[in-house]
Design a binder for this molecule. Sequence first.
Ligand code: SF4
Length: 60
Amino acid sequence: MPSSLPHPTSLCHRCGACRVIVSARGSVFLLCTARPEKYLPQPVHRCPAYTPAEPPDPDP
Ligand code: SF4
């Protein structure tokens, strides 16, 4: 996982459909698994497909 994520204000970071993809060259992309576009123009501030990500388990 990269130390800093691109577009920190993006709604995608709080969405369960977002996957962080790191290329072989170290570029970081936000992949959407819920919309056909997959790589949306960032930052996303509104999205009809937004689903809140599960919070991390505090007691794994
Ligand atoms: S559903 Fe919307 S908010 Fe969620 S990752 Fe895809 S584009 Fe981002």
